[in-house]
Design a protein around this ligand. Sequence first.
Ligand code: NAD
Length: 496
Amino acid sequence: MTSLAHFEAIAGALELPGKAVINGKLVAARSGKTFDNVTPRNGTIINAVAECDGADVEDAVSAARRAFEEGSWRKLHYSRKKRMMFALADLMEKHAETFAVLESLDVGKPIDNSLKSDVPGSIKTLRYYAEALDKVYGEVGPETNDRISFAVHEPLGVIGIIVPWNFPLLMTMWKVAPAIAMGNSVVIKPAEQSPLTALFLGQLALEAGFPPGVINVVPGFGQTAGKALALHNDVDMIAFTGSGNVGKLLMQYSGQSNLKRVSLELGGKSPQIVFADCPDLNAAAEHAAWGIFYNQGEVCTAGSRLLVEESIAEAFTERLLDVAKTIKPGDPLEPRTQFGAMVSSEQMQTALRYIDKAKKEGADLRLGGKRAREETGGFYVEPTVFAGVTPDATLSREEVFGPVLAITKFKTSDEALKLANDTVYGLAAGLWTRDVSLAHRAARELKAGLVWVNGWDSCDITMPFGGFKQSGFGRDRSLHALHKYADLKAISITLR
Ligand code: NAD
């Protein structure tokens, strides 16, 4: 296994991306301003990053529009588009370790996750949409003797992509790849906590030969760069992953500007239900633990509510705790670490506040509950488990976006489904049972965009990803995502 020293050496030798990528060039912000990019690993500053604002967004959107109208990318033969996307994927593969180190430094996630999941997952996504782009067909309408009609997919134009910090590269790629596959130009606004991998991606896109203006990256803050992008009259769509509050603002910005399309992938309070006839309690315990503790709980599909049938509740909780006790916060650059730092001091404080509140509301703290590795200067929180959480408790209702699990008991399958659906969110849900009829009924009744039976997070790029209710609308992944970045045009030719 590669060592901590190996990844520290890579980190030490990195040329850190800090400039915006606009119109085919690496540029400073017009204002000359930069912001400090901090690593949650130990709270130190990694580098200074261009602080883009409205003026830089204006440049990036103009460049994207120009590229789109001139057709330097849009009108390229599909085989050349495909080749260029594959070339970018190959470059990403060549620099996979650099991407992984950048990601782990920037957001505190274990290097093992970055190397085995985030980076290869992003490359796979790019290749998936490169392979798909020449398999998007239109439709020919019903024939008449004097007219032929058909429907074609047209790219929208300029897509603003605003992403969060928990899976910075993967969330970016889930949007960039289908958007460019359909012929659009993009302006990416990475989260201020995690700009590095998007900036490196923008640089590599130039090396891969993408024409200027097709892929632009404007690092900066939500209130300035993000808002300017979302209010811009020449942006045709905002593709967003992030919090519900910002999602609501984006819809307002759309209404205040040009009615641009908005797609929203928002948060969740996802339930995982374990019935007494669960076919494999050990597997369920593993999935329940990693369903909440993977990526330090900073996962929109985190299984943050565990609903367990009363007859097995205590025994199952013990099994889960046996797994959870093995999950220890560690240095994100150490290859054996499976649980790293939270992205920022603010996010750590948020998780600690929720823990405090749960204790005050009378939940039974069974594991963790404290800050960890404080001596490093980093932002670590112990994997935390509360049992006896009531359905109306804050921990049952609000998204923590941290490593905090709420366990609630139920008696009947009807009660379990009612509890599971008793949330404003609807992103993911899971259930464990041997009963095929129950599995089928529950899968249909659960109000969530993703349902997993006898597994957790058990699907991939081939299946659509997104939420019901206040978890948003619009889907990433799968062939459905392609259509999100296109309009349908009906063309009728009268035969004379
Ligand atoms: P956030 O909504 O605060 O920020 C997300 C992005 O929006 C950032 O790039 C930020 O700069 C930008 N932003 C902030 N204010 C803005 C504004 N006024 N105008 C335009 N852009 C603005 O979310 P976060 O704290 O970075 O991420 C955590 C949240 O994201 C959680 O609620 C989580 O559930 C959600 N999330 C959802 C998914 C999903 O696929 N459904 C995936 C990851 C994260």
